[in-house]
Design a protein around this ligand. Structure first.
Ligand SMILES: Nc1nc2c(ncn2[C@@H]2O[C@H](COP(=O)(O)OP(=O)(O)O)[C@@H](O)[C@H]2O)c(=O)[nH]1
Ligand SMILES: [Mg+2]
Length: 365
């Protein structure tokens, strides 16, 4: 399955509007045949300028982008962590996501009611954060109770885990999300089965009105400061405008964007920000000169792991990878020139793939 981002926020923050704008670019990718079953989930291509340039250079019959999944999660309200509203459902869906995008209402509208009176993105972010913290506190407390029963056996590992969970609980009680507690990767690793909501990478999405709207700039400034204080990214988007753009036929969309003097839609920036948030880099393959394909891999993935993403046969029979940087190929203009220039490297299974690598994997069948 592709890496996924859960869209979280208060009711009427504009989650579904943003989701629909993003979902309009949905693609059918053969490897993810179940992508259309859940109407609240969309598998979308990651906007990739390099892929476009490679595509026009190489002219292969088929081009497949890297994808990530977005999930429109039921609205969260005060008390969701205690089962209010659609509490349990929303918690379960966030648990399944690899990262969360927190949508904050930054628009005033006569026709849209705000669940707590009027927009106040800082207060709203706090409500959301509190619910996520409370949900995690429940999870950790339940685990501590279980570990306390087990620790009597004197198992060293259990003891260690118990003290880690206690440290985690103290942090959560102080209002600190798990991701901000400075856990080592070993510590985080031993807590993965808790699926902590506040351990997931998060970003703030400021949903602005169509033309900034009244107070929009102030709201945005508040969100930007909040995000930088919390060490998370912030992205501004006008959900309604993006949803309207997404409905236009492509030619009209271009005209519209030119009129607005925007080159890249906020939607594209949001998808790219989520891609980075997930810790993903892109590598490319050109299978049998038939398909140019971009793949999303975790930063730090090895050539052998990349081979496994492409095909299990390649993973099993891996011999080596011929590696070219996408930039070198675009500059040289052809593989032939690259070869002459000696820009094609041969790398072994433990090679750490770099963003923009083009891999040609050699393997035994
Ligand atoms: N004026 C304005 N209305 C918006 C904007 N974004 C969403 N809305 C409206 O707010 C209402 C709730 O949006 P929706 O996406 O369903 O919110 P959700 O509950 O978070 O999924 C809908 O009527 C949207 O049309 C915006 O940027 N400006
Ligand atoms: Mg909705």
């Amino acid at each position: 399955m592709p890496y996924s981002v859960g869209i979280v926020g208060l009711p009427n923050a504009g989650k579904s509007t943003i989701f629909n704008a993003i979902a309009a670019t949905q693609v059918q990718v053969a490897s993810y045949p179940f992508s259309t079953i859940n109407p609240n989930a969309a598998i979308v291509p990651v906007p990739d300028e390099r892929l476009e340039r490679l595509s026009s250079l190489m002219q292969l019959p088929k081009v497949t982008p890297a994808v990530i999944e977005f999930v429109d999660i039921a609205g969260l309200i005060k008390g969701s962590s205690q089962g209010e509203g659609l509490g349990n459902q929303f918690l379960a869906h966030i648990r399944e996501a690899d990262a969360v995008a927190l949508v904050l209402c930054c628009f005033r509208s006569g026709s849209v009611t705000h669940p707590y009176g009027s927009p106040d993105p800082i207060r709203d972010a706090e409500i959301i954060q509190t619910e996520l913290l409370l949900a995690d506190l429940q999870t950790v407390t339940a685990r501590i109770n279980k570990l306390q029963r087990q620790v009597k056996s004197g198992d060293h590992k259990v003891k260690h885990l118990l003290s880690l969970c206690q440290k985690l609980k103290e942090g959560l009680e102080r209002g600190r999300p798990a991701r901000a507690l400075g856990l080592t990767s070993d510590e985080s690793g031993s807590l993965t089965d808790l699926h902590l909501l506040t351990a997931k990478p998060a970003l703030y999405v400021a949903n602005l009105g169509e033309n900034g709207g009244s107070g929009g700039a102030d709201y945005l400034q508040g969100v930007v400061e909040l995000a930088s204080g919390a060490g998370v990214p912030a992205v501004a988007i006008s959900g309604k405008l993006e949803a309207e753009l997404a409905e236009l036929p492509p030619e009209e969309r271009v005209e519209f964007m030119e009129a607005l003097e925007v080159e890249e839609t906020a939607k594209a920036r949001l998808i790219q920000a989520c891609y980075q948030l997930l810790g993903l880099i892109t590598f490319y393959t050109m299978a049998g000169k038939k398909e140019l394909r971009a793949w999303a891999a975790k930063s730090g993935a090895t050539a052998h792991e990349a081979a496994g993403m492409v095909h299990s046969d390649m993973e099993r029979g891996f011999i080596m990878a011929e590696v070219v940087s996408c930039q070198d190929l675009l500059t040289a203009g052809s593989e032939h020139v690259l070869r002459q220039q000696g820009h094609i490297r041969q790398e072994g299974r433990d090679y750490t793939i770099q963003d923009g690598d083009i891999l040609h994997i050699k393997f035994n069948i």
